[in-house]
Structure formats: C-alpha cells, structure tokens
Design a protein. Structure first.
Length: 294
C-alpha cells in the first residue's frame, strides 16, 4: 500500500454551505485530486436524482456523505465511482476525467466497495482478496511478490488472518464485510469509496470497519469517501461531511459545522439536542418533526 508511515496533515476548517459550485469552495479544497463538477446523475428516463451538484474531496481525509433515505447519497457515490453513467458534468481524478481512463487504469487509482457483493460459494478468503489485484495483472500473469505483499498487508489490516483459509460462504455477515474490505484494500488505490460499509453489522464489526478507515487516514495517504447511515458515527470519524436531501447538497464542512440542531431539523426532520464533545458532535434525538399537512 502507498503512504506507509506518512503523517497526515489536517486541513483547515471549511464553512458549511448550501452553494455547490466548486469555485465557491474553500481554497484548500481546490487543490484536491478528486472532484465531481456539476454532476447530473439518474436512472434511465426518470428525473435525475442528483442535478447539477459539485463536490471536491479533501485529499488524505475521511469524507462522509450523510442524509435521510432517498437523499441521493449512494447515487452520488456511484456517479463518483463511474458505476452510474453521468447525464451531465464530470468526475476528475488526478487532473483527468475518469471516463477517459480505461477500466484497469481507473481501478488502479480508485477502489469501490458497494452494497451488493456476491462471490462464488467455494472461494476462500485469501483467493477472494487476491481478486483485488486484478488491475495490476494481465490475464495470464503469475502472482508477483508485490501481489503477495499487497494481499498479506490487506488481510492483516482487515484483521482477518485467522480467516484466510475459510470459505467465504461459511462466514458471518460481519466477517464477510471485512473480507470485502480487504479485497478492495488489495487494489492499492489512492482513493477508496465505501457505500454504507457498517449497515447491518453488529456494533463490534462496525467499530472494526471504522478503525480500518481511521488507519487508512492516520498512516497512509488514502482519500476515503463513505456513505454512512448513522450521522453520529459519521461525525465521530469523519473530517469532512456532506449532508444531502432530495438530491441536493444542503451543507458541507467539518462535523462541528454540519451537525447542528438546525440542520437535523431541516434535513433529517427531527428535533435533537447537539452537544460538542472531544469526539465530535453528540446527537440526542428528541422527536420526529411532522409537517402540518401530515
């Protein structure tokens, strides 16, 4: 993996904003290597889910996309990952639009862990993690020392050494998620996108996943963008947050700037108390807000 032993530099605070144009973003974000500009993303002939939104991702940081169900979080992530064709706008990675990159070249730069993962029932954990090396090898190439090192490193970081020889089909849901994370880590990319990696996991495995993400931030030069369902979890682990509602970016900035009582009322439609702590904003929900027409 790249960036071993590299100290991360925490970027200065940004201002939560409803303006989505990159020209209005803080100076430190304009230097990022991964951005979506004026993105329009949808499904077929229906109205676009994301319509003209822009996002510049701070490099070497954890960025969390949050919002209620149906807000467009996963759609935005899939557009950034080139998993959904853009109806408008562009995604730029290292100064190049990603649609100009070949599939393998893009996979050497950007890794994606989606919510839908299916593997052959008889494949072992180690074999599945080796599949993460496909961007670095030709179809008939032998496994190299670099491949072995990357797989060993990914398995170790995911904490699944004891599962190496197990069949994936025999694992629990939490264990499978760690294996899929190890596979995408073995890709050895500079940008990693994770779509709700803690959803449906018990608390133990949620913490394991987020500890892996924090290790990528603390010890390696990897930019992480993840969709999280739990806003308090996002506030605790992320450096930068983007809140969406109805396909529009409502706010962006540090957790302290984004997670406010006003935003929870506007975006999540709840009354809640927010207390700032050393581990980020702590949210205590009070009640759901109801429209007067309900």
């Amino acid at each position: 993996m790249t960036g071993h032993g590299t100290l991360r530099t925490r970027f200065g605070a940004s201002t939560a904003s409803t303006d989505t144009r990159t020209s209005d973003l803080p100076d430190y974000e304009r230097g990022a290597t991964f951005a979506g500009e004026e993105l329009t993303i949808g499904y077929g002939d229906s109205e676009p889910v994301i319509d003209g939104e822009s996002l510049v991702v701070p490099p070497g940081e954890i960025s969390a996309l949050v919002g209620p169900n149906g807000s467009g979080k996963s759609t935005l992530l899939k557009g950034l990952a080139d998993q959904l064709a853009l109806d408008g706008g562009s995604v730029v990675l290292d100064g190049r639009e990603i649609h100009q990159l070949g599939a393998k070249e893009l996979a050497r730069k950007l890794g994606l862990l989606s919510q839908e993962n299916v593997s052959p029932g008889s494949i072992s954990v180690e074999e599945l993690v080796y599949h993460g090396r496909y961007p670095h090898r030709g179809f008939f190439d032998q496994v190299t020392d670099e491949d072995e090192c990357a797989v060993r490193d990914a398995i170790s970081l995911a904490g699944i050494d004891h599962l190496r020889d197990r069949e994936v089909s025999s694992l629990s849901g939490g264990q499978k998620q760690l294996v899929w994370i190890a596979m995408v880590l073995a890709q050895d990319t500079d940008v990693l996108l994770l779509d709700e990696p803690t959803t449906f996991l018990d608390l133990h495995h949620q913490l394991e996943v987020m500890e892996i993400v924090e290790t990528l931030r603390e010890e390696r030069e990897i930019t992480v963008v993840l969709v999280l369902h739990d806003i308090e979890q996002a506030a605790r682990h992320a450096d930068f947050m983007v809140a969406l509602k109805d396909g529009r970016i409502q706010a962006r900035g540090t957790p302290e700037e984004v997670v406010t009582e006003d935003l929870l009322a506007e975006v999540f439609e709840i009354d809640a108390e927010v207390v700032l702590t050393d581990r980020g904003p702590q949210v205590t929900p009070i009640c759901a807000r109801h429209d007067s027409n309900d």
